[in-house]
Write a protein that binds this ligand. Sequence first.
Ligand SMILES: [Cu+2]
Length: 341
Amino acid sequence: MTQKISRRNFLSTGALTLLGAGGAALLSRGGQKAAAAPAAQMESMNHSNMPGVVGEVDHQKNGFNPSDILIDFDYGEVSTLPSGQTLREYNIAAVNKNVEIAPGIEFPAWTYNGRIPGPTIRCTEGDHIRINFSNGSTHPHTMHFHGVHPAEMDGVPFNGPGVIPPSQSFTYEFDAEPFGLHQYHCHAFPLARHIAKGLYGAFIIDPKGGRPPVDHEFVMVMSGFDVDFDDANDFYAVNAIPFHFDQHPIQIRVGETVRIYLVNMLEFDLINSFHLHANFFNYYPTGTSLTPSEYTDTVMQTQAQRGILEFSYKFPGRYMFHAHNTEFAELGWTGHFEVLP
Ligand SMILES: [Cu+2]
């Protein structure tokens, strides 16, 4: 009797540690054809090893690297309007792109500017934002920003320009408010598919006086990938590439202050979460207050929820951070801070 390979029985075989040549083929074939492999691998399941991947994706070919995305803030092209208001202009294109999300597994993504997540758009409360959006993809798309703006700038079907057809463009324009951590995503239908394909990014509106200075600011956009298109995720990640921050721990020093802009854009699963090991953080939901609402080591977010985390480490060493939906962690949503003395 053959057993259909789902993401759950795939995980239970420990097959993920074998990804690379054989594992990639195993997953990408999917369905009944792959049924022979799990039984054998069940026998060799290793209970002591951490899950992970063998080898590494080709970041150069992908055109982006999750470690760079951590600290890549796009402040736009800045000028001053006659009124004295700061104008920030951004050029964003929707493009189809094959992204290697695990060694040997390419996902036919839709992206903003060729990367997942799209550019982290950053500005200050009260700035005038101008987004020159062009659709270089083969499907209609939009840019729907969270924040306060007129209806015609909402980036949804049947409102203002509606969906932007392939080869067409539109300029979204509004004043940045309120301050906080927001996000943007495509709002063409079917919505779940347009988001799951990779069309989302972080949108930071700084308060006018700024936030207190810290030693490090990192952007982490949580999402997943449904590589066999069965409306269930097969991989989970921060900044798109599963296990990346296990392979490339984020280096900080003891006592340095860290601020994380954490955004959940995960499709198909109701809840995502973030857990920090051996530490606690101040949490600012949506970043709309300068006073933290919680001092904790774990937060959960549904899709489009986001928040700011602030912490520092007391002791040197390697510390995990991961989804405390532990299944997500074992399918890629895990990483490490390396705290140097
Ligand atoms: Cu779209």
